[in-house]
Design a protein around this ligand. Sequence first.
Ligand code: MSP
Length: 648
Amino acid sequence: MSEKFYVTTPIYYVNDRPHIGHAYTTILADVLARFHRSVGNDTFFLTGTDEHGQKVQNAAEKRGVEPLQHCDETVIRFQELWQRLGITNDRFIRTTQAEHKRVVSEIMQELYDRGEIYKADYTGWYCVGCERFFTEKDLVDGKCPDCGRDVNAITESNYFFRMSKYQDWLIDHIKSNPDFILPAFRANETLGFLKKPLGDLCISRPKSRLSWGIELPFDKDYVCYVWFDALINYISGVGYHTDADNFARRWPASCHLIGKDILTTHSVYWPTMLKAMGLPMPKTIFAHGWWLTGNSKMSKSLGNVVNPMDMIDRAGVDAFRYFLLAEMSPGNDANFSEDAFIARYNSDLANDLGNLLSRVSKLTIRATGGVIPAPAELNADDAELADAVNAAIATMEESLKSYKLDQGINAAMNAVRAGNRYLEKCAPWTLAKQGDTARLHTVLHNAADALCRVAVLLAPVMPEKMSELLAVLGIADGQISGIAALKEFKSVAGATMRETAPLFPRIVVEETEQSAAPAAKPEKKQPKQEKKAAPETAETVGVVTIDQFFQTQLKTAKVLSAEKVEGADKLLKLQIEVGAETRQLVAGVAKFYTPEEITGKTIVIVANLKPAKIRGIESQGMLLAAKDGDTLKLVTTDGEIASGASVG
Ligand code: MSP
């Protein structure tokens, strides 16, 4: 039965230049939307820009233009990038649009009339960069707790939303809806935040200080706080107060995709606002981690921002989409490096997937002129390949529900690798020489069929390349649309394959390459991969570069609690604090430390290790310990230091 699916991205600050962090969320939303559309779900995908507030006002003043003109000129950067990346958003909302402004204004009036908004004096600490007020106790060393910059003390009359009255309700809602905030450790983070009394939310700014915003309908001297205005985009964008039918059709949202730094605004402000409006809650708020470069969050001031356009020029749109989704395990941070990008492109796409396609097409054209033959009797090798493909389909379906698309993509690539192993093992070239036509046809059919199914699975991730791949197999666009159709699809037998140029030309890196490298081209230059495989000398064996070292992200972590894992006498299950986050980690240290001994220690962990299941328990990282024979000692810090500090 068809379901509804409504997905949103954050609306991006119009001032910023889009970087791969913004691109990641938008591509993730796009892939989810494409998957849902492909199975016939009633899908809506909203993205847009956040255009009010201090930063925009300041930037416009600096340029000597009106704020709206500034927004009109800068919004194009996002719109062009989304077009280039093949983003299929159904609407692009701008908070300066008249309709959105009217909805925000009406909501404010309604809440004010019902006493949900009131006026009071307020002294707070304001961070211009984050556009947020903080109370004294929120500050860290007297600075902004989010960005670490200086804050200014401000006392003024303002309007407040009675957020505090919804605290108990919110705690209960989070606890009784395990899918409301994902991953689960982010729900714990929000519950941790809600242990302290929740204040009311200051939702106005006096025009004397900030004029670029939506005017309060009940007091012309004030404009609306930019977050209160921005969050409302999720309902104004689908017809709240303007198109009742559309709103009933779309709301509540299935998923708000966000980055971890805007968790509180989405998991505390937004639900309480909705509750006060009497609206149902979104099903899921999914917070992903950050893209880091060289172990730091990308930021203009550090000068480590990766421009998506450069990467697209280098390897194409689909390879870029693939890399971002395959590389990041969405709950955790991921590191971006050009080396990692090229290595994954060459190994997964050029080698594994591209080679499987070109081998199958060549062999089939040689054997039958291109028509994919029908299979004869099946054996254990065929079953093994079919199992890998079925596992990929099941994992992809599961990963769509849990928003961990990297797992589905990984399973699809496992099926591709199983396809290559299958060809090696069944050796169709030998079968052809031996004249064993029945077996040859079976092998060619099964390999082509596996490729076809993988291409359908990966189509939302790499729409253009997978449509090219299917065309090589003789499958028309839209012939098999989505996982449901894939399950019904009998076989590729009878389709006519055509010859193909490499689908993903290997990226070759010149020895003297500078950062501004040429686009991917299949030329015979000295490839970096081959350069790396040059004979190792005594000096280079086991040597890593500083860049390679920093791909491993080491951090301090505090052990909050520990318990033995039932049925595994070596394992302890730890809950650890890594900065603002709580993680779970499974470690083989039970023979050396009791849960009581390890609790409270500050240890060192590999923070960007792909999460793994150990004895069915998720482990998000690995701790460091030194081992000498029968002795094992944890690596700890020389004295007190905050958890989440980087080690290196
Ligand atoms: N305008 C607000 C959102 C309002 S939503 C009602 C905002 N904008 S932002 O442009 O600063 O950030 C938008 C999103 O980009 C956030 O989800 C943030 O987490 C994400 N990212 C910014 N830098 C990032 C990385 N380096 N990596 C991954 N995502 C990051 O906040």
